[in-house]
Design a protein around this ligand. Structure first.
Ligand SMILES: NC(=O)c1ccc[n+]([C@@H]2O[C@H](COP(=O)([O-])OP(=O)(O)OC[C@H]3O[C@@H](n4cnc5c(N)ncnc54)[C@H](O)[C@@H]3O)[C@@H](O)[C@H]2O)c1
Length: 373
């Protein structure tokens, strides 16, 4: 198969969808890999590093026009819609339930669009979202520690303390992948960590893997209010799959926090779990409400593209290989996890939540495949 890797064009996006190591695996598998000029630059992969493993460096027109399978990181933006075509398989983060113009462009073009974020295991895990949650979780504690420093607008507190001086208090709301990874870094810095969770089973698991080094408390409005009041750093990390994040921290709770405390709302990509949160960017990451610094960067992993690109390729490569080795039709027949990733095929919406979100007809994947045969 001809596998293409497009250069990302969204502002602040430095990741690339395939590393040279991943390209080599595909080339060993007998595939042709074409990488758009400069695609790996932001992640410190030069064009030469792709050429050395046998990939071709091509123009934007070639990569979009000649690939059978095109790999990207972010969804196509309006200027790329015209490049979508019927005989192309596009594999990327799409998040189209929240993007009607893109959904229409995908449907109208006849492209086969496979979304990283909806590839799903039988147990409901999302293997192509997990690595980004791991990164965002770790960054959340780092960012919090940084913005607690006085010159950056913080209280002027060292999260780890020193002998004789108490450490800072970190409160993490939501103990999933983001929450766990935030806790690991906050603990590593020496902070006192509390995780508020709603799932007792998840708390049992966290108790075990964190060896009892964090306080685990049932999440309720009352508990959130009292924990947030005492906190130096609050990290919002809840997720209700397929829904906007619940506003668990109210404006009143924020007003009751210490002057110079920091809140990091990782769940901002789902609307945020703080009433006072609004999305920010890496170039302008924080703002202050009632004396509390808010960090709400919507694409946190974009800030560490070297790590994020490698983590993404590690997770996506097995699925890329399945599509390249077997073609989409056989690949989805063999692997139900990958089948869940197909959102649009041959002009039909094959993912129910997307169809519902935009009041479009839903066609089950099998039927869409049969119709496009
Ligand atoms: N900003 C970014 O760059 C970025 C990057 C990755 C993930 N995220 C977002 O981070 C959030 C968390 O992702 P995740 O992968 O950790 O999800 P996850 O499903 O692994 O964890 C979410 C946890 O929240 C818990 N929860 C749900 N309601 C709760 C409540 N009322 N109180 C306390 N806990 C509650 C769930 O039980 C679950 O354990 C998501 O919104 C995700 O989209 C953002």
């Amino acid at each position: 198969m001809k596998v293409g890797v497009a250069r990302e064009v969204k502002p602040d996006e430095y990741r690339v969808a395939l590393t040279p190591a991943g390209a080599l695996e595909l080339i060993h598998g007998g595939h042709d890999v074409a990488v758009e000029t400069g695609a790996g630059e932001g992640s410190a992969f030069s064009d030469e590093s792709y050429e050395r493993v046998g990939a071709r460096i091509v123009s934007v027109d070639e990569v979009w026009g000649e690939s059978d399978l095109l790999l990207k990181v972010k969804e196509p933006i309006a200027s790329e819609y015209g490049r979508l075509r019927e005989d192309l398989i596009l594999f990327t983060y799409l998040h189209i339930a929240a993007d009607e113009p893109l959904t229409r462009a995908l449907v109208d073009s006849g492209v086969c669009a496979v979304a990283y974020e909806t590839v799903e295991t039988p147990r409901g895990a999302l293997p192509l979202l997990a690595p980004m949650s791991e990164i965002a979780g770790k960054l959340a504690s780092q960012a919090g520690a940084y913005f607690l420093e006085k010159p950056f607008g913080g209280r002027g507190l060292l999260l780890g303390g020193v002998p004789g001086v108490a450490p800072g208090r970190v409160v993490i709301i939501g103990g999933g992948i983001v929450g766990y990874n935030s806790a690991v870094i906050a603990l590593g810095l020496g902070a006192q960590v509390t995780i508020l969770e709603r799932s007792i089973d998840r708390m049992r698991h966290l108790e075990e893997v964190l060896s009892g080094r964090v306080s685990l408390l049932m999440s309720s409005s009352l508990q959130i209010a009292s924990s947030v009041e005492d906190a130096d750093l609050v990290i919002g990390a809840v997720l209700i799959p397929g829904a906007l994040a619940p506003k668990l921290v109210t404006r009143e709770m924020i007003a009751g926090m210490k002057e110079g405390a920091v809140v990091v709302d990782v769940a901002i990509d789902q609307g945020g779990c703080l009433e006072t949160a609004r999305p920010t960017t890496h170039s302008d990451p924080v703002y202050v409400v009632d004396g509390v610094t808010h960090y709400c960067v919507a694409n946190m992993p974009g800030g560490v593209p070297i790590t994020a690109t490698k983590a993404l390729t590690n997770a996506t490569l097995p699925y890329v290989e399945e599509i390249a080795n077997h073609g989409l039709r056989d690949a989805v027949a063999r692997d139900p996890e990958l089948a869940k990733g197909v959102n649009v095929l041959g002009g039909r919406v094959t993912y129910q939540a997307v169809a519902q979100a935009h009041e479009l007809d839903y066609t089950p994947l099998d039927a869409a495949l049969a119709l496009s045969a």
